[in-house]
Design a protein around this ligand. Structure first.
Ligand code: IVH
Length: 699
C-alpha cells in the first residue's frame, strides 16, 4: 500500500495494527540488514525514518501489541552474519530519537526543562553538533593504549574491527596527557567527500561496483577482511562522547575539549545554544554550510550540555532522553535533463535513467539520476530537455524530484517508454500490477544471459559437476559459453580450437575430460528439471513439475504451450491455465517467453542435444473425471469452492475459471451469474450441486 493510501494511525483497528506491526517488523529487519550488514541500502534514509515513525506511532497507540522482536528494542543490525568476532558493549551503543519538525524540537526542550525542574523561561544549555554521516564506532583504551574498536552492531553486540581501525590516522594508538585507566570513546568513522569521489573513480576504472555514498564506502572499508585494503582508504574519525564519568568534566562541551587533549579529533562545527532561537539558527547555518563541508552530514544532534542533567534525563528503550537528532531535508539542485536512457538489469528489469547536465549537489557532481519506472516518468511528466530538480538524499542514487515548467519554453513530446529491450531488441512486457517493464529475451539478452546461464547449471536445474557459477563466468569471459546450447557443443568446439581448455591456467587434460564427461552425463534430463532450468518468470520447481507431470514429454509440452500462445481463448490455454498452481500470471509468463522467437528457436535447438525424459506425476486416465474441464460458479451450499475444487482435482479434473466450448461441466451454486448463462448458450452440461455430488459419489 502506498503512503497516500495508508490509514491514519488513529483510525487503525486492533487487527490492522497487529498486521501492520508484523509487516513493519519484517520490513525494518530487512532494511537493517541491508544497511548494517550488507552496506547496500535499498531505500532512502527518509523512507526508513518514515517506517520507524509509523512503527513508533502504532506501538504508542497499541502498547499491548508490542512484539518481542519489536524494532524499538533494537538499534541496528543482528550480528553474526559476518566473519568478524563479536564484542559485547559494556554500555549499549544507542540510537537517537528523530525530530521531524520544529514542533518536535520545541517539545524536546519543554520536556527536558520539565523533567529537570526548570521553568519555561529558564535557559537550558544545548550542545548542537553536526550529525556526521558515517558509522559509529566504540574505542576502548586501557592505560592509554587502544586495545579494541567495535562497530555498533545491534547496540548490545558489535563486531571487532580493531585491526582495521588501527589504520585510521585520526585515531591515536596511544593517548596523550592524563587519562583514566579504562576509557570508552564513541565517535563516527567517515570518508571525506573528495576521497569518496576518488575512490569511486578508481573503482569505475577497475570495473568494480560503485559505492552509493561516502557512508557506504566507509562502512564497506571498515568491514574489510584484509586490513591492508582498509589502510588504502583514507578513513577519518570524529569523537563525540565518552561513556564513563571523567573527573572535573561536567559538560559535553568540556568533554569534547578533553577528547582533543587526549589526541582525538572532534568536529569543530559544534556550538552551545541557549534558546530555541539559537538552536534553529544553528540548524539553518549548518544546513547552509553543508555543501562546503568536506564531509557528509545528515542533520544536527542536540544534546543537553550538562552531564549531570543528562544523567537525570535518562534513557528510553533505544535512545537517550537527553539528545535529539534533527535531520536535514535532501540536498537539491536544478539542471537540464539531456536524455533518458534505459538500463537493463541482470533480471531483465528496464530502469530509466536521467542523463543530466552535470550539477554540483552538496559538493558532489551528479550527472545521472534514477527515474524509477514508466509510471514515475508519466506522473511527473518528465520530458527530455526539461529543467528539473534533482536531489541527493545522502543515500542511494540521486533522484529527479520534479520538472520546472518554464513559460515560453517549448517542450519535447511526452516520453514513450520503450516496449523493446535496448540491449537485445526482444519485446519488453509489463505484468498486471507491476511497475517495471521486463525484457523477455532471457538467454538472448546480453544483460541477463550470464545470470540465466548460472541458473541453468544450478543445483536444482542441470547441476553439472564442475560447471558452477564461477566456471560460467570464466567460460563467458573466454567467449566459449554464451547460450545453453554452447554448453553441449563445448567439447566438439574444443577439439577444433587452437586454444584448448586443457591448456588454460589451472586446467589440464584430466579436468577438461571430467568436465566434458559431466556435461555429457547431464544430456539425459527429466522434463521438469529442463523446464525449471529455463528460468521462465514465475516458473519455479513446483510449477515445472506440475507442467511436466501433465504434458509428460518434451514434444507434448512444446506443442501445448505453443498452441496456448496462439490464442488465449483456446483449449490449450485453458488447460495450461488450469494446472495446479498455474494461474493466469504463470500461464501468461510462459506464453510471453515463447512469444519471443529467439526463445522458441533456442529451446528447440537445445532439445536436439538432449534426451529429455518424462517426469513427475503421471496423468491418471483411470480416475472418474480424468481430463474433464469443470467450472464452479455461484455459492455452493454444503462445501466451500476450494473444497469442491480439490475434490474435482483429486478425481483427475481440471478446474478453470472461464467457460468455453471445451468445458465439460459447469456446477452451479446459488446466484450463479453470467458463467451459467454462457454455458447454456454454448450447450455445456450444467449440474446442480446435488447432481455434482451424485456424480462424484459414484467414485
Ligand atoms: S551522539 C546515544 N553525536 O548518529 C547515542 N551521534 O542516529 C549518542 N552520529 O549512532 C550518539 N554524529 O553514529 C552523536 N555528533 C554526534 C553524531 C552522532 C553522528 C551518529 C551516531 C549515532 C547515530 C544516531
Amino acid at each position: 500500500m502506498s503512503d497516500l493510501q495508508k490509514k491514519q494511525v488513529a483510525e487503525l483497528t486492533e487487527l490492522e495494527a497487529r498486521a501492520e506491526l508484523k509487516d513493519l517488523a519484517k520490513e525494518l529487519s530487512k532494511q537493517d540488514e541491508l544497511y548494517h550488514v550488507k552496506d547496500r541500502p535499498e531505500i532512502s534514509d527518509a523512507a526508513y525514518d518514515a517506517l520507524v515513525k509509523r512503527h513508533t506511532e502504532i506501538e504508542k497507540l497499541f502498547p499491548h501489541l508490542k512484539r518481542k522482536d519489536s524494532h524499538s528494542n533494537r538499534v541496528g543490525a543482528k550480528v553474526g552474519a559476518t566473519p568478524f568476532s563479536k564484542v559485547i558493549h559494556d554500555t549499549p551503543m544507542l540510537s537517537l530519537e528523530n525530530a521531524f519538525s520544529e514542533q518536535d524540537l520545541k517539545d524536546f526542550l519543554t520536556r527536558s526543562k520539565k523533567k529537570l525542574g526548570l521553568s519555561d523561561q529558564d535557559s537550558l544549555e544545548i550542545m548542537a553538533e553536526p550529525k556526521i554521516d558515517g558509522l559509529s564506532c566504540s574505542l576502548t583504551y586501557q592505560d592509554g593504549y587502544l586495545i579494541q574498536a567495535a562497530t555498533r552492531g545491534d547496540g548490545t553486540t558489535g563486531e571487532d574491527i580493531t585491526d582495521n581501525v588501527k589504520t585510521i590516522k585520526d585515531i591515536p594508538h596511544n593517548l596523550s596527557g592524563d587519562y583514566p585507566k579504562i576509557l570508552y570513546v564513541r565517535g563516527e568513522i567517515y570518508l571525506g567527500k573528495d576521497d569518496f569521489l576518488k575512490l569511486n573513480e578508481q573503482r569505475e576504472k577497475e570495473n568494480k561496483q560503485l559505492f552509493a555514498n561516502p557512508r557506504n564506502a566507509a562502512a564497506g572499508s571498515v568491514r574489510q577482511l584484509n586490513s591492508s585494503v582498509t589502510a588504502k582508504r583514507p578513513l577519518k574519525f570524529f569523537a563525540y562522547s565518552v561513556v564513563s564519568e571523567i573527573d572535573n568534566i561536567t559538560t559535553q562541551y568540556d568533554m569534547l575539549q578533553q577528547l582533543e587533549l587526549w589526541g582525538l579529533k572532534v568536529c569543530k562545527a559544534s556550538q552551545i545554544c541557549r534558546s530555541i532561537k539559537d538552536v534553529l539558527a544553528y540548524y539553518s547555518q549548518i544546513n547552509h554550510d553543508r555543501p562546503l563541508l568536506p564531509y557528509d552530514i545528515d542533520g544536527v544532534v542536540y544534546k543537553i550540555n550538562n552531564l549531570e542533567n543528562q544523567k537525570k534525563m535518562g534513557f528510553v528503550a533505544r535512545a537517550p532522553r537527553w539528545a535529539l537528532a534533527h535531520k536535514f531535508p535532501a540536498e537539491q539542485a536544478q539542471t537540464i535533463l539531456k536524455q533518458i536512457t534505459i538500463q537493463v538489469g541482470r533480471t531483465g528489469v528496464l530502469t530509466p535513467v536521467a542523463n543530466l547536465e552535470p550539477v554540483n549537489i552538496g559538493g558532489v557532481i551528479v550527472a545521472r539520476a534514477t527515474l524509477h519506472n514508466a509510471d514515475e516518468i508519466q506522473r511527473k511528466d518528465i520530458r527530455v530537455g526539461d529543467r528539473v530538480i534533482v536531489q541527493r538524499a545522502g543515500d542511494v542514487i540521486p533522484q529527479v524530484v520534479k520538472v520546472i515548467v518554464e513559460k515560453d519554453h517549448p517542450r519535447t513530446l511526452p516520453y514513450q517508454f520503450p516496449t523493446q529491450c535496448p540491449v537485445c531488441d526482444s519485446h519488453a512486457i509489463r505484468e498486471q500490477d507491476e511497475a517495471a517493464y521486463r525484457c523477455t529475451g532471457g538467454f538472448n539478452c546480453a544483460a541477463q544471459a550470464i545470470e540465466k546461464l548460472k541458473h541453468f547449471v544450478s543445483r536444482k536445474a542441470f547441476d553439472i559437476d564442475g560447471l558452477g557459477g564461477k566456471s560460467i563466468e570464466f567460460f563467458w569471459d573466454k567467449n566459449l559459453i554464451k547460450t545453453p546450447v554452447d554448453i553441449f557443443t563445448l567439447e566438439e568446439r574444443d577439439k577444433e580450437s587452437a586454444t584448448r581448455i586443457q591448456n588454460f591456467p589451472g586446467w589440464g587434460k584430466l579436468s577438461a575430460k571430467n568436465l566434458f564427461a559431466a556435461i555429457h552425463e547431464k544430456r539425459k534430463i527429466s522434463l521438469d528439471r529442463f523446464i525449471y532450468s529455463l528460468g521462465i518468470r514465475h516458473v519455479g520447481q513446483v510449477t515445472a513439475k506440475e507442467m511436466a507431470g501433465y504434458y509428460q514429454t518434451f514434444q507434448a509440452w512444446m506443442e501445448g504451450v505453443l498452441a496456448a500462445k496462439a490464442a488465449k481463448d483456446s483449449e490449450p490455454y485453458q488447460v495450461l491455465n488450469s494446472l495446479e498452481g498455474i494461474g493466469e500470471i504463470v500461464a501468461d509468463a510462459v506464453i510471453e517467453f515463447f512469444k519471443e522467437p529467439n526463445n522458441e528457436i533456442l529451446i528447440k535447438n537445445l532439445g536436439t542435444y538432449l534426451d529429455i525424459q518424462p517426469s513427475g506425476k503421471k496423468k491418471n486416465d483411470n480416475l472418474l473425471l480424468a481430463g474433464k474441464i469443470i467450472i464452479f460458479t455461484g455459492t455452493l451450499q454444503s462445501i466451500s469452492r476450494d473444497q469442491a475444487k480439490e475434490q474435482a482435482e483429486n478425481l483427475g479434473a481440471k478446474v478453470t475459471g472461464s467457460v468455453s466450448g471445451k468445458t465439460d461441466f459447469v456446477v452451479v451454486g446459488k446466484d450463479p451469474g453470467s458463467k451459467a448463462t454462457k454455458a447454456e448458450k454454448l450447450g455445456v452440461k450444467i449440474l446442480t450441486e446435488q447432481e455434482w455430488f451424485a456424480l462424484i459419489t459414484q467414485a
